[in-house]
Structures are given as structure tokens and as C-alpha cells.
Ligand binder design. Structure first.
Ligand code: ADP
Ligand code: MG
Length: 334
């Protein structure tokens, strides 16, 4: 069935029929506003991210199921970066005439699968037609005890800089997709199309570990570390040899003629967590890493001053030819 036959309200009805009741929901889809209850005394965390066809995704190589997953995962990653618990979500979608019902159904399959995995309930949204491409806007609400919320500001000189998992894989995956590779099981492509938000890690770091600042890597290590540094009024030294790039991302980068340092430094969309903590807390990393089966790698330290000094172990090096992460109004990437 096409969207013309289904109509706006038919589509909303179809979405509503698939949503399971969730905790804290007083009124979900169906009224002028959703009504929710947050845990008394906790701070509400709100984040919105838009995904625009042609800017953030290309429908020719993005299966609708994975697009649905990623639309929510990138928002969950922002809540994780504040150490929060994701809870309720609003979904805005604008669809051009060519979109059919299977596209929407598969998109919702992916979106609702991540809702289940993350304990999030869809409580409302907006549905429109589009004269351009597909536009998705996801607003995610989460919460955390006020004293546990972790911000970008808070990094202090001598703090260690730590990153979870491996970074650069997603940018290599994107480059492979742009060059015509289509295997969704290729680990770099999978990382790009279906990133894993580090919700559990964010919660543990906020609760059990004295992390001083945190951000998720959406725009590349240099840009996102830069955000921590400017918010905190400090500088940093980064040991490029310590940056956790997976062996496959390294070999694929070399194969397609990219300096292997460029994807992790400027690529973005890894959705790993980047955080700082005092050196005395370093010993708490090992048990957390073991519990989550997720590497946590110290890649540098916070310094007085400003800016990022790249080093090769001890010696400062000049950066490879880099763009500065993704800036929507400058259109630079890799
Ligand atoms: P209004 O005109 O008051 O904005 P709508 O007709 O747009 O109401 O929406 C009716 C209900 O359906 C609202 O509860 C709204 O939150 C929900 N809704 C609309 N679009 C979506 C969507 N894409 N996903 C989830 N809920 C939606
Ligand atoms: Mg509306």
C-alpha cells in the first residue's frame, strides 16, 4: 500500500498500534501532548538529532531497518554521553511521495527494536510530507540524578583522556560505501550503518567512577575532544600511537589510500564515549572494561593551556593533512 492510501492518520495509527506500554508514560501517542513522569528529584535530559537524506544518509545504500535503528541510536548516544538513562522518545518524519509502506514498516522495525533494547518508549511525534528527501527528527528524553550527570566541562590538567572501543571504523565504512562497496556485514560498514550507543558504559562511568568530562564521538576525535577542551578551558596531549583503530579499519584505510590516522581523528560517527578522569581513577577502568567486554584506552592527558598537541609517544608531531571533522556549513569531511 502507498502512503496516499494510508494517509497521515492511517500511518500514525499504524505506528501507534506497534508501541508497547512503557514506564512513566501517563499519555502516549493520541493527544496534543504526551504526558510523562520522571523520577522525582532527577534531572531531565533532552536531546534532538536530525537525519536528512543526502546529508546524513543515502537511501541507495542505507536499508530502512538500519536507518530506523541509527535514528534512535545516535540520540541514545547523546544521553549516554551525559551518563543518563534514556526513557521517552518523539519521532518527527517527513516523507516524499515515492516512499511506500514497506519502507515505513522496516524503518519502524529498526526504530522499535532499539526502543526495546534501550528501554525507551515512543510517546509521540509528527508526520509530514516532504518535497525533498526523507527527513527524520528524533527527540529523546532521559534522566539522571543531578549529581551524576556528566558534562563536557569539568576536565582538569593531569586528567587522563580515555576512549571506549575502537574509532575510525565508521569513517572507513562510509568511504567504502561511497566507493560502491555494499556488504552490510563488512565490520566497518556495519559500524557506520548500525552504531552501538554505549549506554551501559555511560551509566557506570556516571555512577561508579569519578569521570570529570564526557562526550560521544560523533564528529571525530579532534573535533569532539576540542569540545571538551573549550568547555573545560584546558588543552591536551594526544598520543597518536595509542589511538584504538581496529586492524581491519587500518588495513582498509591503507588499501583505499587514506592515512590510517585520518579516519579516527576526523571521521566521526563512531558513537564511542570519550571521557576524562583523574589519574587516581585509572585502576577502575580495567574491571569496567572486563565487565562490558569493551576496551577502554588511555590516549592522552589534559594539560594547562589550550589546543591539542599530537605526539608520537613522546615527540610532538605535525598532524597529517586533516579536515576538522564534519561541519555542516563548511561541508568538510575526512
Ligand atoms: P497535532 O495536530 O496535535 O500535532 P498530530 O495529528 O500531528 O497532532 O498527531 C496526533 C498524535 O500522533 C500525537 O499524539 C502525536 O504525538 C502522534 N504522532 C504523530 N506523528 C507521529 C510519529 N511519526 N510517531 C509517533 N507519534 C506520532
Ligand atoms: Mg502534528
Amino acid at each position: 500500500m502507498g502512503l496516499r492510501e494510508l494517509g497521515e492518520f492511517g500511518l500514525i495509527h499504524r505506528i501507534r498500534g506497534r508501541v508497547r506500554p512503557g514506564s512513566g508514560v501517563i499519555q502516549g501517542i493520541g493527544d496534543d501532548c504526551a504526558m510523562t513522569q520522571i523520577t522525582p528529584g532527577w534531572t531531565s535530559l533532552s536531546t534532538v538529532d536530525m537525519l536528512i537524506e543526502g546529508i546524513h544518509f543515502d537511501r541507495s545504500y542505507t536499508p530502512p531497518y538500519l536507518l530506523g535503528r541509527k535514528s534512535l541510536s545516535v540520540n541514545v548516544s547523546d544521553i549516554a554521553a551525559c551518563g543518563g538513562v534514556p526513557r521517552h522518545v518523539l519521532l518527527g518524519i517527513a516523507l516524499p511521495p515515492g516512499i511506500d509502506t514497506p519502507f515505513i514498516d522496516q524503518f519502524m522495525d529498526g526504530f522499535l527494536a532499539v526502543c526495546d533494547e534501550e528501554g525507551v518508549t515512543l510517546i509521540g511525534g509528527d508526520t509530514c510530507s516532504s518535497r525533498g528527501g526523507v527527513v527524520i527528527s528524533v527527540t529523546l528524553l532521559g534522566e539522571q540524578r543531578p549529581e551524576r550527570v556528566v558534562r563536557r566541562a569539568g576536565a582538569r590538567p593531569c586528567d587522563l583522556i580515555v576512549v571506549s572501543g575502537s574509532i575510525g571504523d565508521s569513517a572507513v565504512g562510509l568511504q567504502l560505501l561511497r566507493q560502491g562497496e555494499r556488504d552490510p556485514a563488512h565490520p566497518c560498514i556495519a559500524r557506520h550503518l548500525d552504531p552501538t550507543p554505549r549506554t551501559r558504559l555511560g551509566l557506570i562511568l556516571a555512577g561508579e567512577c569519578r569521570v570529570s568530562a564526557m562526550i560521544d564521538i560523533s564528529d571525530g576525535l579532534l573535533a569532539d575532544l576540542g569540545h571538551i577542551l573549550t568547555s573545560s578551558g584546558v588543552g591536551a596531549r594526544l598520543d597518536t600511537r595509542a589511538i584504538p583503530l581496529s586492524p581491519l579499519a587500518r588495513s582498509e584505510a591503507i588499501r583505499i589510500g587514506i592515512d590510517p590516522l585520518v579516519p579516527p581523528l576526523t571521521g566521526g560517527e563512531d558513537y564511542e564515549l570519550l571521557f576524562t578522569l583523574p589519574p587516581s581513577e585509572e585502576r577502575s577502568l580495567e574491571p569496567i572494561s572486563r565487565e562490558l567486554s569493551l576496551p577502554l584506552t588511555v590516549i592522552g592527558s589534559i594539560q594547562e593551556g589550550e589546543g591539542i598537541t599530537l605526539t608520537d609517544g613522546d615527540t610532538p608531531i605535525s598532524p597529517p593533512r586533516l579536515a576538522a571533522g564534519y561541519d555542516h556549513f563548511r561541508e568538510v569531511h575526512l
